[in-house]
Design a protein around this ligand. Structure first.
Ligand code: BES
Ligand code: ZN
Ligand code: ZN
Length: 483
């Protein structure tokens, strides 16, 4: 899908169809030329509601306001409504909230994210491909945005949305096609294309690095684990950020086997790692003037005679001993070692980890929201605010000393599960906190993306399946830190 920005009036542009966004039901606006027809069609112009007037070659879509979040999902709904048609080219005007070009970015993101489909496993692919979108700088409130400023936003939107779709593709790929070594190859491919540095640790090196908890989780799988380290290091960077992702290419639960219904969708347990790869791609393409490191623990959690067991005690890379009481709480074990490794390799100003860590996060905050934990409220707020500004949903969950006690072990330093069924997202976060050095305590936030990473229906600009959760929020945060 390519975008063309033009100062020409929308009416002067040649295109198969025009998209008109009706803001806050204002059908009196000059952009709305078919008021009577829309009324006849019973169109209420509610948020994301679409009405295609075939004879007029116009698709109307409703948006509650000019806020980015409303424009983004409206654009996504509009493009989705056109996906089954034969239209190839689209024209659209510009909508901004008082001249804030960020709304333009949101509209372009909405088009790219909304048009996403995953058809790798379909014999018959969808024929329709909308290939061209012309955006007229004719602005909703007659604000002159300037073509330079506008084209920067369009370009950024393309990078961010493409990176999100890239992450979606990795997550949607089946566990038989995407296992740890494949994730490593994907990272290497990105590095080759963008100039990022990429280091991949194989079992021998993982053993040398004493990443025994990660190796234990990986042991029963025929697919050997990998730890991936991508680096973006521009000259003169003043801020360093480390990202760590859970890349469980499949989570069967291990010997504490998941019930059948809960195992389905566990190809999505690599969402955190996939987000880290997508973020690194965007960071490189935007050439952000900060140093960013992306670490991924790519592992498959399976069963077999060689599997790690409930009752085992493992020694993590940082020397702490862990009593295993449930092999399905494997993500935290992988992250324990990768977090330790990442902190050994890089002294960062900020440390963020992304993981589909707990079903409890989904119970707590629902399917659409990530939960953000850590010891530092300011760092948590950076994440939550960046998420909202980017079109993602996130909310902070607070640690407390009472829940902390529930992961105590009688025989080891810490237990891999809590002794209570409640507050599971928080106790998992507090488990991870055992593997954060003193130096990084106040620089760290843990982002549990178990809810939004993979949802089996469409929502907003997100499709059925992988959403690419984490990518947009973190790119926004990194952009903010670059200023
Ligand atoms: N990958 C799962 C968490 C998960 C569940 C992600 C649902 C996405 C959707 C994780 O490894 C897991 O199994 N966690 C257990 C922890 C429990 C054993 C303490 C869970 O959430 O049930
Ligand atoms: Zn699990
Ligand atoms: Zn898992």
């Amino acid at each position: 899908m390519n975008f063309e920005l033009t100062i020409a009036q929308t009416s002067e542009i040649e295109a198969d169809i025009e998209i008109v966004i009706i803001i806050d039901n204002n059908t009196k606006h000059r952009f709305v030329q078919d008021k009577k027809l829309l009324k006849k069609a019973g169109f209420l112009a509610e948020q994301d509601e679409t009405c295609l007037l075939v004879g007029k070659n116009v698709l109307y879509v409703g948006a509650e306001s000019l806020l980015s979040k409303h424009i983004r999902t409206a654009a996504a709904s509009a493009i989705k409504a056109l996906m089954g048609t034969t239209y190839k080219s689209i024209k659209v005007s510009t909508y901004t909230n008082n001249g804030c070009s960020y709304t333009l970015r949101a509209m372009v993101e909405g088009f790219i994210l909304g048009a996403y489909t995953f058809e790798s496993y379909k014999s018959k692919k969808n024929e329709n491909k909308i290939s061209h979108i012309a955006i007229s700088l004719d602005e909703y409130s007659n604000i002159d945005l300037g073509i330079e400023k506008a084209s920067i936003e369009v370009h950024k939107a393309q990078i961010i949305a493409d990176a999100t779709n890239f992450t979606r593709d990795i997550v949607n790929t089946t566990p038989d096609d995407c296992y740890p070594n494949v994730m490593a190859s994907i990272a290497e491919g990105i590095a080759e294309n963008t100039g990022l540095k990429c280091k991949v640790l194989k079992p021998k090196q993982l053993k040398k690095e004493k990443m025994e908890t990660l190796l234990a989780v990986a042991r029963a799988s025929r697919h050997k684990p990998r730890v991936i380290h991508l680096t973006h290091k521009p000259k003169g960077a003043k801020v360093t950020v480390t990202l760590v992702g859970k890349g469980l290419t499949y989570d069967s639960g291990g010997l504490s086997l998941k019930p059948a219904d809960f195992m389905v969708t566990m190809k999505s347990d690599k969402s955190g790692g996939s987000a880290v790869i997508g973020i690194m791609k965007a960071v490189a393409e935007m050439d952000l003037p900060i140093e960013v490191h992306g670490f991924v623990g790519a592992v498959e959690n399976m069963i077999g005679g060689d599997a790690y067991k409930p009752d085992d005690v493992l020694v993590a890379k940082n020397g702490k001993t862990i009593e295993i009481r449930n092999t399905d709480a494997e993500g935290r074990l992988v992250l324990a070692d990768v977090l330790s490794y990442a902190q050994q390799e890089v002294k960062a100003d900020y440390l963020f980890d992304f993981a589909t860590l707990t079903g409890a996060s989904v119970v707590a905050v629902g399917h659409y929201t990530s939960s953000v934990m850590g010891h530092n409220k300011e760092v948590q707020n950076l994440v939550v605010n960046a998420a909202h500004a980017s079109g993602e949903l996130a909310t902070a969950l607070d640690f407390n000393p009472y829940l902390k006690k529930t992961i105590k072990s009688e025989i080891a330093d810490v237990c891999n599960i809590s002794n209570t069924r409640y507050g599971g997202a928080i106790t998992a976060g507090q488990f991870l906190s055992e593997f954060i050095d003193k130096k990084h305590t106040n620089k760290w936030a843990h982002i549990d993306i178990a809810g939004p990473a993979f949802v089996e229906h469409t929502w907003g600009e997100n499709p059925h399946g992988a959403s690419g959760a984490g990518v947009r929020m973190m790119v926004k945060l990194l952009e903010n830190l670059s200023r």
